[in-house]
Ligand binder design. Sequence first.
Ligand SMILES: C=C(O[C@@H]1C=C(C(=O)O)C=C[C@H]1O)C(=O)O
Length: 354
Amino acid sequence: MNLDQLRERIDEIDAKLLELLNQRMEVVHEVGALKRTSKTVIYRPEREKFIIDRLYKLNKGGLTRAAIEAIFLEIFSVSRHFELPERVAYLGPEGSFTHQAAESRFGAVSEYVALNNIKQIFDSVETERVRFGVVPIENNQEGSVAETIDQLCERDIKIVAEVPMSIHFTLSGLEDRLEKIHTIYSKDIAFRQCKNFLENYFGDRVNLVEVASTSKAAKLASEEEGAAAICSHIAAKLYNLPVLFENIEDSKSNRTRFFIISKNIVNQKSDNDKTTILAKIKDEPGGLVEFLNDFKREKINLCKLESRPARIKASFKYFFLIDFEGHYTDLNAQRIFEKYGERITFLGSYVRMV
Ligand SMILES: C=C(O[C@@H]1C=C(C(=O)O)C=C[C@H]1O)C(=O)O
């Protein structure tokens, strides 16, 4: 087949895909109507995961799991938008990694609100100005984000999903030759994470200029000759900045875990869940040991245990933020909830991604 014939073939397939996608949207529309009458939630991450797992098993062609996921996550977000337009707040500015995490779940069609700090995201979710919020919870190199944990302790908010994301940096700029670059903009932690690259390619012949965010860096580099930015892909795209080098970070295993939060949404059980709780454990000898032993007895695997100051008057008391395997409706989890009553605050059960 020549190029024209091949393109004709693609056009035919696209017409069929479009027809099928429209058919799918009609069914989604009916699901939306059912959900409205039964007053249930639109976003069902466990159903979305089930669909992707199923398609991956069915797949006989060359599409990888990541490709199937990318295509279908976009279809789901268009579907959800069709059922009910969603507003999503994320930790800005535009082009941040949290923006990238938000887009990976809510696609290109949702309405996004970039906010300046984590507290503002919790405020707008709690007051229902937005349906969902996206916040970082931990980085595998730098540890937990204390502000997110503190907000989870204080608010009436549920965790709907976790989103792990590899953090990659690019060197992006308008210059086509490295010798012409004399200034590199970025955020302090991004410079620290790309030290080897900078030493190998630039030595000490460039000015490294720290700015508030990597997307600000991309913006500045897009306005200046001889400048470049260390920034994410999404920030480079936002400012039409050509990517010169990809994956320039020193550690290839740099990952951040984000939470999608919402008010009062509780997911149904899937075949692979995780639950997050906040525990106020008795301040007495053996209090923590007894608590942990209960998990052992119930054969519940803990994934994370982190203490945070409870910030009650001048005392040194602590909350524990705990992630464990399983859904809150599991009988063994229920026995723990019953035993500890108000000492445990349930923050959410969601499909396990990490
Ligand atoms: C259509 C539904 O609603 C949403 C959209 C989905 C889809 O497009 O397949 C899947 C789960 C939900 O997030 C559903 O619950 O089945």
